[in-house]
Design a protein around this ligand. Structure first.
Ligand code: NAD
Length: 440
């Protein structure tokens, strides 16, 4: 096959290069900087030796691959090569565990920081996993389902040597969904035999767990209710703003609305909608299903993502990307509490500003840990070859999350620190202990 058939890369790459603005480049460093900042604070408080800090801050392994894909379009075929990543941060407490994201901005630095966050998260909620993260720099909306399948299977083939049911287990994240997990399962099982435990968040028919799809969002909602009550703001009287209406954001909205909260604004990447009287979440879900966006939802007004974050409310839930709350908009945030459904939605500078302003932040490594907890339960069910019912999964998830929250809250109070500092310290301490016991 001659290359003449393809409109090859050069022009396309040039277009992509132009698209990346200075802001994108700055944002790329955000995860690394924010994670580094939170980590340094915890290391200092834990009085760790420099050598220990270096070990804990370093990933165990990083893999970068190129994935060629022929894309079929009306004008002919286009050969593109996508970059894929998997960073395995630490496995002192159990196999590497973490999501796989498909997003055009996916890059090694962010994935490295997100992998590390997973290590502290799994330790904080005390499940026998380490931390990892992966991604492909691709906009999944640009590809057809067949193309996405081929891309996913090629990623799985090339990554296979470092994956395994007791080695590294993947899960959905931004831009990926149960079907993507099914493709990975299929590819991996070709070589290793039927191995449902290689991925979590897979379809129920293939060994997925009841309750996994909604677990992250429901966990965010459970914690929001508890923290709101402690702030003397019962959830039934709360006004809630949610940025991001994908898997996590939409389930937060459904669960909080079910508890009686008033969801006054929601958004996705195309923009948001606001209604002071409250949004009909079931209607919003139907509309997204039918049209792919929230725009024009009956009974609502349009609002930009930037304006949405600054709405006065009781509970603000960032459930989209990293760094959505930064030093520019932090002074304008008018929420009583922020529950970080997304990973690293608040930069470290914004974190300081918000703390100074008395806004309570439930940090990502606690707030969205319902996802990895349900993933753990799914993995256990796969190993046992014995499925649990939804009620059991969600009951255990709720108990474990609330236990972790109580630990963090009490530790924060005893040390006179914020919830994030306490959560990092508790998670890191467990990893340090495991590393010391294993002696590597
Ligand atoms: P998703 O792809 O299902 O949804 C992402 C949502 O964010 C979409 O509605 C998208 O339109 C919206 N979005 C993207 N860019 C935006 C922007 N600039 N402004 C406003 N909205 C924007 O992804 P998800 O699984 O819901 O993940 C969301 C966040 O939660 C991510 O930070 C992810 O790492 C984190 N998280 C997910 C899980 C999980 O189980 N899926 C677990 C823990 C943490």
């Amino acid at each position: 096959m001659g290359l003449g058939r393809f409109r090859v890369a050069g022009a396309f790459m040039a277009e992509r290069g132009k698209e990346e603005s200075i802001t994108d480049a700055e944002k790329k460093c955000h995860c690394r900087d924010t994670q580094g900042h939170f980590l340094d604070r915890a290391f200092e408080r834990l009085h760790l030796e420099p050598a220990q800090c270096e070990l804990l801050g370093s990933p165990f392994r990083e893999v970068t691959i190129s994935i060629p894909l022929t894309i079929h379009r009306q004008g002919g075929e286009l050969l593109r090569t996508f970059s894929g990543y998997r960073v395995q941060h630490n496995h002192a407490r159990g196999p590497f565990k973490g999501g796989l994201r498909y997003h055009p901005g996916a890059n090694l630095e962010d994935i490295r920081a997100l992998a590390q966050l997973m290590t502290w998260k799994t330790a904080l909620v005390d499940i026998p996993f380490g931390g990892a993260k992966g991604g492909i720099a691709v906009d999944p909306k640009e590809l057809g389902a067949d193309e996405l399948e081929v891309l996913t299977k090629r990623f799985s083939q090339k990554m296979a040597p470092v994956l395994g049911v007791h080695e590294d287990i993947l899960a959905p994240d931004i831009g990926t969904h149960p079907r993507v997990m099914a493709w990975i399962l299929e590819e991996y099982s070709k070589v290793h035999g039927y191995a449902p435990g290689i991925v979590t968040g897979k379809p129920l028919e293939l060994g997925g767990s009841a309750g996994r799809l909604e677990a992250t969002g429901y966990g965010v909602a459970y914690l929001s209710r508890v923290v709101a009550e402690e702030l003397h703001c019962p959830v039934e009287e709360s006004r809630v703003v949610i940025q991001g209406f994908g898997n996590v954001g939409s389930h937060v909205a459904q669960c909080l609305a079910g508890m009686g909260a008033r969801i006054i604004a929601v958004s996705d990447s195309s923009g948001g909608v606001v209604a002071e009287a409250g949004i009909d979440i079931a209607a919003a879900l139907r509309q997204v299903e039918e049209t792919g966006c929230l725009e024009g939802l009956a009974g609502t007004e349009p609002i930009s993502n930037a304006e949405l974050l600054e709405l006065p409310c009781d509970i603000l839930v960032p459930a989209a990307l990293e760094a959505t709350i930064d030093c520019d908009n932090a002074p304008a945030i008018r929420a009583r509490m922020i529950v970080e459904a997304a990973n690293m939605p608040v930069t470290h500078e914004a974190d300081a500003t918000l703390r100074d302003r008395g806004i309570v932040i439930v940090p990502d490594l606690l707030a969205n840990a319902g996802g990895v907890l349900a993933s753990y339960y799914e993995w256990v069910q796969n190993l046992q070859e014995f499925p649990w019912d939804r009620e059991t999964v969600l009951r255990r998830l709720k108990q474990r999350l609330l236990r972790s929250y109580t630990e963090v809250r009490d530790f924060a109070a005893s040390q006179r620190v914020d919830l994030r500092t306490a959560a990092y310290e508790l998670g890191i301490k467990r990893v340090v202990h495991a590393v010391a016991l294993r002696g590597f």
